[in-house]
Every structure is written in C-alpha cells, then in structure tokens.
Design a protein around this ligand. Structure first.
Ligand code: AMP
Length: 219
C-alpha cells in the first residue's frame, strides 16, 4: 500500500477535465463517480488510485499525506495557504475568474469613490480581503459557504466575491460583474514528502502531466 500513488480529485469540472491528462499518462479511472458511491476509485494501474474529496479539502489531504498529489483551483489554494505543498504545474483546466458582483441597481463605482464601507459576502475571504485592502476600500466581510448570489438580493451584503465562468449565474440573479480580481485555473499539488520518497513513481506521472498540459491550446 505504501508504494501506491493516491491522487485527490473533486467531483465535477476538475474530475472531468483531469481525465484527459490522466489518460495521456496512461491512467484510466475505472469507475464513474457520478454513478458510483465509492470514494476510492481504482484505475487501470494497480499502483494508482483516485480519492474523491470536497474541492476545499484537496490541499488538506495532500498537505497531510492523505493523498500524494491532487488537483485544485488557484482560488482554493490561496484560501488554504499552500503550506507544505509543492506546486509544480498549472494544468490550465477548470478556468474561470474571481470577480466582484453587485445588484444591477447598486452604484458600486460611486460607493468606492466616496469611501463607503462595503458589506461583502464571500467564500473567498483571503482573496477578497487582499483585493479590497490593496484598493484601499473598507469592507466588512461576511463568510458564506455557498449560494453567494443570494446575499445582495436579500440585503445581507452590498457585493459578493465569487467565481464566474460564463456569467450566466450572475445574469440569472440580476447581478452584474463590476471588477475582475484574478483569473483562476487548476494546479497540480504534490505532498513534499511523497515527492522525495516516491520520486521514481511520481516523476513519470508529473512529466506526462506537464507534456499533456503543454499541448492544451492556450486561450
Ligand atoms: P457561470 O454561471 O458559468 O458564470 O458559473 C458560475 C457558477 O459556477 C458559480 O456558482 C461558481 O461558484 C461556479 N463555478 C464557475 N467556475 C467554477 C470552477 N472553475 N470551479 C468551481 N466552481 C465554479
């Protein structure tokens, strides 16, 4: 078991977009997480397995050695802090951006210009705190774990900081994107001890991921 390579992934976009990279490394996941309730998925390689964890738990699993490596968004990595993790590759998958959004009838530009104190609801408190501090805007951060779009609609907050991909979710909730904070993509993270102790097994995998990533179109 000690020689097994464990890869932590979260279900959904990251899992789906990591599959082609695994395939390029000769690894095929043998079960579909949407159809199975299993949390440990075997692959066609006896020494490689995938564990399914919540997106925000991927850095924690890798940091503490519950997994040797994992795939996680830059947003999640910043919020986690990245300590104890080697970050060799930007996989350039699951791309989106972190943005500020407000209700269409909220005059964000004027509020910022006048130095008003903004109530900002977000799951991404580190990113939001750094962004508004750099801008010199005073904010009261309200930590949420989901459905951020609801906060301005119910009067809980003036603004949200959230991930935006197509913008459809904002539009469906009559919110407008007023600032783009940063572009996001998923990163490969590796446990630092595994990198040393399982070097021989991990290196070909990292090289295959790097080669497959280099072939992705740069958009
Ligand atoms: P969209 O409607 O395409 O702009 O997507 C926005 C919704 O999807 C928001 O609820 C986001 O939190 C979520 N989302 C978008 N991109 C990602 C991503 N790369 N990873 C996780 N969640 C995402």
């Amino acid at each position: 078991m000690n020689d097994t390579i464990t890869l932590a992934l979260s279900k959904g976009r990251i899992f789906d977009e990591t599959l082609p990279l695994l395939k390029a490394a000769g690894i095929e996941v043998l079960e579909d997480p949407e159809k199975s309730r299993k949390l440990i998925l075997p692959t066609n390689q006896p020494g490689v397995r995938v564990v399914l964890v919540r997106a925000t738990d991927v850095p924690t699993y890798v940091e503490h050695g519950g997994a040797d490596l994992g795939v996680t968004g830059k947003d999640t990595l910043i919020e986690h802090g990245g300590q104890g993790l080697y970050q060799p590759l930007d996989l350039r998958i699951a791309r989106c951006r972190v943005s500020v959004a407000v209700r269409a009838d909220f005059d964000y530009a004027t509020a910022v210009r006048q130095g008003s104190r903004l109530r900002v609801a977000t799951k991404y408190t580190t990113i939001a705190r750094d962004f508004f501090a750099t801008k010199g805007v005073h904010v009261d951060l309200i930590k949420l774990y989901g459905s951020m779009e609801l906060a301005p609609l119910t009067g809980l907050a003036d603004a949200i900081v959230d991930l935006v991909s197509t913008g459809n979710t904002l539009k469906a909730n009559q919110l407008v994107e007023v600032e783009r904070i940063m572009d996001i993509s998923s990163r490969l993270v590796v446990n630092q001890a595994s990198l040393k102790l399982k070097q021989a097994r991990l290196r070909p995998l990292l090289d295959a991921f790097a080669a497959a990533t280099a072939q992705e179109p740069r958009t």
